[in-house]
Design a protein around this ligand. Structure first.
Ligand SMILES: Nc1ncnc2c1ncn2[C@@H]1O[C@H](COP(=O)(O)OP(=O)(O)OP(=O)(O)O)[C@@H](O)[C@H]1O
Length: 672
């Protein structure tokens, strides 16, 4: 090969250069080499494509787009020499030529999207055993990931082809007692009306926009409708105004009827615990008959546990042949759900079941490959409804609401739009809240707006502008936020109380390495706490030690992301205490805890699904490919009452201009 036009020495293989610059991992090269040996294929352009697919998968993309790669649009990844330079040296001078070489390879199977789509089934299976799949749109996948994506797509297409279910407008009205004269639309009510009429719906919204409140009312409506149907067997008519006298009747119906079996789930233990807490909080605020409330579960579980993870096997207990025994599944924090998990979840869903997805579409994507929530909500119209959606809502909304809603109607939109609701009014942050304004400016990539809020006189936002040359971390300032926590440790409060104290404050970092990276910051904080006398012993485990699990562990039942705090139990034996997904507290002997790291500071990625009263977020003083507006937005929205940013202005500006977009074929297929 001749790299005379590239920056690499002519005797250097492109993959050596990519390996040494860490653009690819050894594993990216190994698997495709292995496959090539297997079929004795020597086409280097196929090798290159396979390496890229694997490397992009490692960075969260489910596929590569041949045209984009060929044209140098590398989605934030860097390769020297550029893939197009290598291809040129291989005598490939057009995307078409590369496509043909791939099509001819025994390692690649072709997929013709137009002839293969069908809305009759919610799952997809591959006909070929080739490890790579090339679509007619020029997207190249690892076969397994292609299969996951197609399963999700088939499910969506099936849902789009379904009709609407009846919604009881009077019951809806009593869940949302609104002022008919008001000129404002209640988008939470519209979201409930819409979701109740569909088997599949997504409700997206930023922090405090009432997602939990809304789905709790949705569940109440669905339960109430079911109970009513059952109660109708007992008497001809049940008034929609629910009275105490109806309770006896309904409780009879309860025994007779098949109440909807509802499951609540979230991707991590932490997010499940928060859902448990917020659903029970939202239920308490609902003024509705007890039998209805009783039928709404309060305990959420993790997706892994719901699907029946068996750590010895790669398959979950629940799948297409053994679906979940549920009628309604609510999944929170869906931005964290990756493509394989979504495909497996959909596969395990019984055909008749409803699926309601909740999340903030603007947050960081899942750690593993895919951006399912982002893809599904890609073209969502803020506070608009489609003509078809509007027509479907006419039974559930009153005349005044329909009149107001008719002003928001858009004529045409892809079918997926009918399944989406977007909540944008925050009930946590008002128009004057620095955190709310900052999150909104960052989310819209407004550099000036962001700086204006940061420089403004807001009592819940503070910016510590750092110098690019700064190499010292002000640990003492960072550690201030942990004073109350250490006071509680010293008082030996109950583990649940200590967890509450820990949730008061969290240091977030954008990166892992370097002075502003999570490893260094944790080390520095621990050393500082030791010197200050907060840490009383030199042993590895001490009262107050805070850790985060880095893997799911079948022995303890703990999940990646679970936070454990160390305290002696009543027998003075040191234990690590975790809040389980059902809200209970459990203490483990330290020897049982494996795969963990300290968590006085955590990365923004790990903080997804958690909220803290006060947050300090530290950005590195050098550019990093992980820095983008989604990361900064996610960090800000972890703070409920106070947010402090330690960042250099140029680094911040640069990050705000960057959108980390993950490649997949889902967006195009759904929003075509
Ligand atoms: N329509 C409303 N009117 C008044 N308060 C509301 C309304 N909707 C929600 N709230 C209140 O706003 C707060 C946040 O609501 P909720 O927890 O439902 O939002 P969320 O979007 O689920 O929040 P999070 O970002 O924490 O997941 C709660 O205290 C809730 O009672």
């Amino acid at each position: 090969m001749d790299f005379s036009n590239s920056s690499v020495e002519s005797d250097t293989k492109w993959f050596d250069a990519w390996l040494s610059s860490k653009s690819i991992r050894p594993v990216d090269l190994q698997w495709i080499h292995h496959l090539q040996d297997h079929v004795s294929s020597q086409d280097e352009s196929v090798l290159l494509a396979g390496v890229l697919v694997s490397a992009y998968l490692g960075a969260g993309h489910t596929c590569i787009d041949l045209t984009a790669v060929f044209n140098g649009d590398l989605a934030g990844l860097e390769f020297h020499p550029a893939p197009s330079v290598v291809l040129s040296a291989l005598d490939i001078h057009s995307v078409g030529a590369w496509y043909r070489r791939l099509s001819d390879s025994p390692l690649v199977a072709l997929f013709d999207g137009a002839s293969s789509h069908s809305a009759s089934s919610a799952s997809f299976s591959l006909a070929s055993s080739a490890p790579l799949i090339l679509t007619d749109a020029g997207l190249l996948y690892l076969a397994r990931y292609f299969s996951y994506e197609q399963s999700v797509l088939s499910f969506i297409q099936l849902q789009e082809s379904k009709g609407r279910r009846q919604v009881d407008g009077q019951k809806l009205d009593s869940l949302f007692p609104s002022d008919v004269q008001s000129s404002e639309l209640d988008w939470q009510k519209i979201a409930v009306a819409n979701a109740a009429s569909m088997d599949f719906s997504i409700i997206s919204g930023g922090p405090g926009t009432g997602k939990t409140t809304t789905v709790t009312k949705l569940l109440a409506l669905l339960v109430w409708q079911s109970l009513d149907e059952a109660a109708n067997e007992e008497r001809d008519h049940l008034t929609n105004e629910f009275r105490e006298s109806d309770a006896r009747l309904l409780s009879n119906a309860l025994h007779k009827s098949s109440l909807p079996r509802i499951a609540l789930a979230a991707p991590t233990g932490k997010a499940a615990a928060r859902l448990t807490e917020s659903i029970s909080g939202a239920k308490k605020k609902l003024n509705i008959a007890q039998p209805i409330l009783d039928a709404i579960p309060e305990t959420a579980t993790t997706l892994h546990r719901l699907l029946g993870a068996d750590y010895g096997r790669s398959q979950f207990k629940h799948h297409k042949q053994n679906p979940l025994h549920i009628d309604i599944l609510l999944v929170d924090e869906v931005s964290m759900v990756d493509m394989p998990m979504m495909a497996k979840l959909i596969e395990a869903l019984p055909e008749h079941a409803r699926l309601v997805l909740l999340g903030d579409k603007d947050q960081l994507s899942s750690v593993e490959a895919g951006n399912v929530l982002g893809d599904l909500t890609f073209g969502i119209q803020r506070e608009k409804v489609t003509r078809a959606q509007f027509t479907g809502l006419t039974d559930s909304l009153n005349a005044a609401e329909l009149e107001r809603l008719s002003r928001q109607v858009i004529e045409q939109a892809p079918a997926i739009q009918r399944h989406l609701s977007l909540l944008s009014k925050s009930y946590r942050f008002n128009d004057q809240s620095g955190i709310g304004l900052l999150a909104s400016a960052v989310n819209q990539c407004q550099v000036d707006g962001t700086l204006r809020v940061l420089r403004g006189d807001y009592d819940n936002v503070y910016w510590r502008s750092t110098d690019l040359k700064e190499t010292q971390l002000d640990v003492a300032a960072l550690a201030q936020g942990y004073k109350t926590y250490w006071a509680q440790v010293r008082q030996r409060v109950a583990p649940a109380e200590l967890h509450t104290a820990f949730n008061q404050y969290q240091v977030l970092t954008a990166v892992r390495q370097g002075v502003m990276g999570v490893e260094f910051v944790n080390d520095a904080l621990e050393t500082y706490f030791y010197r200050q006398g907060y840490i009383e012993s030199q042993s590895m485990w001490y009262p107050g030690k805070a850790i985060i699990m880095t893997r799911n562990d079948s022995n303890t039942g703990l999940f990646n992301g679970d936070i454990g705090l160390c305290l002696p139990d009543e027998q003075n034996v040191l234990r690590v205490w975790f809040t389980l997904a059902n809200g209970e507290m459990k203490g483990f002997l330290p020897s049982r805890i494996t795969s963990f790291e300290p968590v006085f500071a955590m990365t923004v990625h790990k903080s997804q699904g958690s909220e803290f009263e006060r947050v300090t977020m530290i950005l590195p003083n050098n550019a990093s490919p992980v820095l983008g507006k989604e990361l900064i937005y996610t960090g800000i929205t972890r703070a409920k009452h106070y947010f402090e940013l330690w960042a250099n202005e140029f680094i911040l500006q640069d990050a705000l201009k960057k959108r980390v977009q993950r490649r997949s074929g889902l967006t195009k297929a759904i929003w075509r």
